[in-house]
Write a protein that binds this ligand. Structure first.
Ligand code: ASP
Length: 371
């Protein structure tokens, strides 16, 4: 008996477009092109390219979106130019309180015991995790010891330590330029430095002005899984204990996947060779209080899911909504078709993307082309 010929082209494995993409940001905000020098712009672009290549290496070897996004964010956390990990901003009391998050559209294939309902984690008020994004990954992968969705402070760090997460003295995060920015902001004398001789490897003032420098990565792997990872020191001179959007699921980050509904839409997608599953990931940066009040991250996903908007339309609408309320910022977003959106409502966002060709492309100001 001959095989039945399908009426419509057979679909590839669900959500498996067999291509990968990585998009990153290093913070959005008010940036003045005229204050920047070619050397400083070069330093930022080189740091963004390094982060893209760190993630690309993993994706190109068939690795997990989660691992690629954590590698890219770790690279930015280690770079004192950005407001995450080393180089994080200080709160009003002159302390670093770091925040991070991780969310996946589907569990990593290397950890089949993680239930899809686990989704992700957010962590706030960290003072010792050298790479907060690595703590997020460790807690996400340990539902037995860390069964919740939000964690904070020393208890999160002590959950991470036995999982191999590196903890450091708080002086590790110190950089002179962030200290001076903190003291100047409070109208205090910039001297004395709390750790003289430490962190002065970055004598140049950062290009961004308040409140920028948060870092994030959204990766799509060859299995069609999307991971969003974000890390920040928050806002300069924030109140002690302030929680921003970065650890709040649905505000500063989001990832999800769903089956397309509606007969006509499904047929159309099939004819175009697209998966019947849509996946999306989002990482935001900007004034986090607005992201929280508007649930910016999840609204992008929900607009796509319920209004059937393409990624670029949904992301742009949400960034415009922020602007209308007075919240400056931007997002990076990626879907499982490999579509990338990087809208912002301010003069700049450090950003970059790498596709399968392995050529990292970066940009800083709103009118810059990626190159
Ligand atoms: N969204 C971060 C916060 O409000 C800051 C930033 O993205 O620059 O904590």
């Amino acid at each position: 008996m001959s095989e039945k010929v399908p009426l419509l082209p057979q679909e590839a494995t669900p959500a498996s477009p067999a291509k990968f993409t990585l998009v990153i940001h290093g913070g959005a905000g008010t940036m003045d092109k005229s204050r920047s020098t070619p050397e400083l712009r070069k330093q930022y672009k080189a740091a963004l390219s390094r982060a893209l290549l760190a993630g690309y290496t993993i994706l190109n070897a068939g690795g997990e979106a989660m691992d690629a996004a954590v590698a890219a964010v770790s690279s930015l956390e280690d770079c004192p130019l950005f407001n995450a990990g080393k180089g994080a901003v200080f709160n009003v009391a002159g302390k670093n309180e770091l925040e991070t998050s991780l969310m996946l559209s589907c569990p990593p294939s290397t950890h089949p015991s993680i239930p899809p309902s686990r989704r992700g984690v957010g962590i706030t008020l960290l003072a010792h995790a050298r790479n907060p994004s690595q703590l997020a990954r460790a807690l996400y992968l340990s539902p037995e010891s860390a069964p919740h969705t939000m964690f904070s402070g020393v208890s999160a760090e002590s959950l991470g330590a036995p999982l191999g997460v590196e903890l450091v003295d708080e002086s590790y995060f110190f950089t002179e330029h962030r200290w001076r920015e903190h003291r100047r902001g409070l109208g205090l004398p910039e001297e004395p430095l709390p750790y003289p001789g430490r962190g002065d490897d970055d004598s140049q003032a950062p290009l961004d002005q308040l409140p920028t420098g948060t870092v994030g990565a959204v990766a799509l792997d060859v299995r069609g899984c999307i991971a969003a990872v974000t890390s920040t020191g928050g806002r300069t001179n924030k109140l002690v204990g302030r929680v921003g959007d970065t650890p709040v699921m649905g505000a500063g980050f989001w990832a999800e996947e769903w089956r397309v509904t509606g007969w006509a839409r499904r047929v159309l997608r099939r004819l175009k060779g697209k998966s019947k599953t849509v996946a999306v990931g989002v990482s935001g940066t900007g004034d986090g209080d607005y992201f929280i009040r508007l649930a910016t991250g999840s609204t992008i996903g929900r607009r796509m899911k319920y209004l059937h908007e393409p990624l670029s339309v949904a992301a742009k609408a949400c960034v415009e909504e922020l602007r209308r309320d007075g919240g400056i910022g931007g997002v990076i977003a990626l879907d499982n078709g490999g579509n990338v959106a990087m809208p912002m409502n301010c003069s700049g966002m450090y950003r970059g993307v790498v596709y399968e060709d392995g050529v990292p492309k970066t940009a800083i100001f709103d009118d810059d082309e990626l190159d």
